[in-house]
Design a protein around this ligand. Structure first.
Ligand SMILES: C[S@@+](CC[C@H](N)C(=O)[O-])C[C@H]1O[C@@H](n2cnc3c(N)ncnc32)[C@H](O)[C@@H]1O
Length: 224
């Protein structure tokens, strides 16, 4: 028994050493390439949770920020920021009195975001607990929620709990902006998600397809 726990500890130590070595090697690469490698690693660890092989492109990030106008918002939340494809642009757009924080489930992404955006508050937790983090920031509701979550690949129960948290946390007239991949549009979870949007938001706008993204994607802009 004791031998087996020693073996488990040794293999855990060597896994950590390999991980540290890899992180140090990655740190010497260009930032865009670092993001892609981290993203691919996260996808291989948890495909359903990450939902994509690469971070969103600049083209998708620009389209997202254009459609949700963070500069007019008082409280902005980003769910599932990953390596920060949208985060940098949101930070550039918001006013100096806007509250902005992010909720990211993956611990490697969360610490990467803290290093890249030292002024941003990043909670390493599930977006299901969004209301708790609004309260911690002195707010009950947000007027803009930007999501990078992979709705079509999330387990249905998780999708539903996060969706409920979003509905509960948006001010009347508030905007919820999220994206979907074109190839996944007809997946049952994606279809169900779209029906949920149409049931609960007074306006659901769909952007043209952003082809310069891997995979091509479109944006839902939903007004509560
Ligand atoms: C498709 S990636 C998008 C990342 C980034 N927004 C982008 O566009 O490049 C999905 C992100 O959602 C995060 N995620 C998945 N489930 C989550 C949850 N329950 N709560 C918070 N973040 C979650 C993943 O870790 C990942 O960073």
């Amino acid at each position: 028994m004791r031998n087996s726990s020693v073996l488990v500890k040794r293999s855990e130590d060597s896994r950590r050493r390999r991980q540290r070595l890899l992180q140090n090697l990655i740190r010497h690469l260009k930032p865009g390439l670092q993001d892609r490698i981290r993203f691919l690693g996260a996808f291989l660890r948890r495909p359903a949770c990450v939902g994509a092989l690469a971070p969103s492109s600049q083209a998708l990030a620009r389209a997202m920020v254009r459609c949700c106008a963070p500069e007019t918002s008082r409280t902005v939340v980003e769910l599932g920021p990953g390596t920060g494809a949208f985060t940098g642009l949101i930070l550039k757009q918001i006013g100096k009195n806007t509250k902005f924080f992010a909720v990211e489930l993956d611990p490697v992404f969360a610490s990467g975001l803290r290093a890249r955006f030292p002024d941003l508050t990043v909670y390493n937790d599930t977006a299901e607990r969004l209301d708790k983090y609004l309260v911690m920031n002195g707010e009950k509701k947000a007027d803009l929620i930007v999501s990078g979550l992979p709705w079509a690949s999330l387990p249905l129960a998780v999708q539903e709990r996060i969706f409920e948290a979003v509905l509960k946390s948006l001010l009347p007239g508030g905007v919820f902006a999220t994206f979907g991949y074109v190839h996944a549009r007809w997946f049952p979870n994606a279809q169900r998600f779209r029906r949920r949007l149409e049931q609960h938001f007074s306006r659901v706008e769909v952007s043209p397809v952003v082809w310069r993204n891997f995979p091509p994607a479109f944006i839902y802009r939903c007004v509560r």
